[in-house]
Design a protein around this ligand. Sequence first.
Ligand code: DER
Length: 230
Amino acid sequence: ADMQELKRQAAKAALDRVEDGMRLGIGTGSTAEAFIRLLAERVEGGLGIVGVTTSERSEALCRELGVPTATLEAVPQLDVAIDGADELDGRLRLIKGGGGALLREKIVAAASDRMLVIADASKQVETLGDFPLPIEINGFGLIATFLAIQKASRALGLDPDLTLRRVGEEPFITDSGHLILDAAYGRIEDPEALSAALHSVPGVVEHGLFLGLATEAILASADGVSILKA
Ligand code: DER
């Protein structure tokens, strides 16, 4: 099966877990969009849910397809967040943010009782870090923050290449008006230590290490769908 079909299979398996009356966190990215499209069909068939989206992009797709949405202010506690991932390890620790939505994704995941990750099985790795870690920064004093992240990383024996994410020539701006640095760590042996170190840098708003948030992963491969539990 091709990649799009694998994403669709993972999304369908997640949809089978959605019950009438649920309050959903709705993720961002191509796998999350496959989920939104399937969810829209069930809503058309009478499924009564409400979704809090994690990006303007997902919000627009939900509006276009008639999936009822609400703000997190209006619905501050969610039953389950359903979202993709760029990498996940065997303990359901994730790297997210490839789509630039990590801040709202993490806030929504934290406001949810459970988090279901949907992905093609190739996203599972032994050790996180091959995918460059997205770090959302305020942008005031960009170089100062860049240097502080390097210093905090080196204190842990890590020395990442940091790249400012751009769209063409222009810096990428997130839905919250921030910038993103992509940090190529290569291998992150101690994600918890790195998470704490990055949060200690004042200009860092959030980063793409999702630790202790995912409760289950639905992984699709040519052999079918497998479930990974925390
Ligand atoms: O940006 C994100 O966090 C997305 O969820 C990303 O991690 C997964 O995107 P994909 O489903 O398009 O691979």
